[in-house]
Design a protein around this ligand. Structure first.
Ligand SMILES: C[S@@+](CC[C@H](N)C(=O)[O-])C[C@H]1O[C@@H](n2cnc3c(N)ncnc32)[C@H](O)[C@@H]1O
Length: 217
């Protein structure tokens, strides 16, 4: 139970980097400071313990990175590392990716990253997947023209059905695609996530990766 979770109090220790109970007001207050003069706004849904987001933020100090995650322990681990490195261009929030439009203005996100989202494998549970028509409609509103989606997963059925969903949408176009990321030319620029490192140590299954571009109306 959550009240027995030892991380429930520690989420309050990283005020500048982590919003544990966000609302529009606290988000605006923290985000505005971070995003001033930012060249691009990136969002990662399900950022885990922050490995991928932190590497992006180190590589592009003039851009701003926003991570959403639900699990307390992963958020605390990420916030601790971000604070230690003083990566001021990152903000984390405990919130569902489906609610991005409660916080962001239309046309304000440049890049969306989703890595190894929960696959909800059973047929009756697939409605819980983050990628669906409503989510793409929301992203269509929130993206700047020609904003980008980066998506990878080892769950190849989820990968294929998401590729179809995105490919069939008139608001998006797939520009990069591979069913085996680590054996593809995209591997050179790939930043590995915690889950990806874990998979590598457990037989290295193929990973699907795609990059899609938003097409404005
Ligand atoms: C399989 S893990 C992958 C974590 C990380 N992306 C990685 O590759 O190491 C999926 C993560 O997404 C988070 N998550 C699941 N549903 C979410 C949602 N609706 N919004 C935000 N995060 C979510 C989970 O808590 C979990 O940490």
């Amino acid at each position: 139970m959550e009240r027995n979770n030892p991380y429930i109090t520690r989420i309050y220790d990283y005020e500048e980097y982590l919003l544990p109970h966000p609302n529009r007001e606290s988000f605006d207050q923290h985000w505005r400071k971070k995003v001033q003069n930012s060249a691009k706004v990136h969002v990662e849904i399900g950022c885990g313990s922050g490995r991928y987001l932190m590497e992006l933020a180190r590589n592009s100090p003039d851009e701003t990175f926003f991570g959403l995650e639900l699990r307390l322990k992963r958020l605390v681990l990420a916030a601790k590392k971000i604070k230690r490195e003083q990566l001021e261009n990152i903000l984390l929030m405990r919130e569902r990716g489906e609610y991005l439009d409660d916080y962001f203005e239309e046309g304000s996100i440049n890049v969306l990253h989703i890595n190894f989202p929960d696959p909800w494998s059973k047929k009756g549970r697939r409605k819980h997947r983050i990628f669906n028509q409503d989510f793409l409609k929301m992203m269509h509103r929130l993206f700047v023209p020609f904003g980008e989606i980066f998506f990878k997963t080892d769950h190849l059925e989820y990968f294929q059905s998401t590729a179809e969903l995105i490919g069939n949408s008139r608001n998006f176009e797939i520009v990069d695609f591979t069913s085996d990321l680590h054996q593809s030319p995209f591997a050179e620029y790939n930043i590995k996530t915690e889950f990806e490192l874990l998979f590598q140590s457990k037989g290295n299954p193929p990973i699907g990766f795609l990059r899609a571009k938003h097409i404005p109306e």
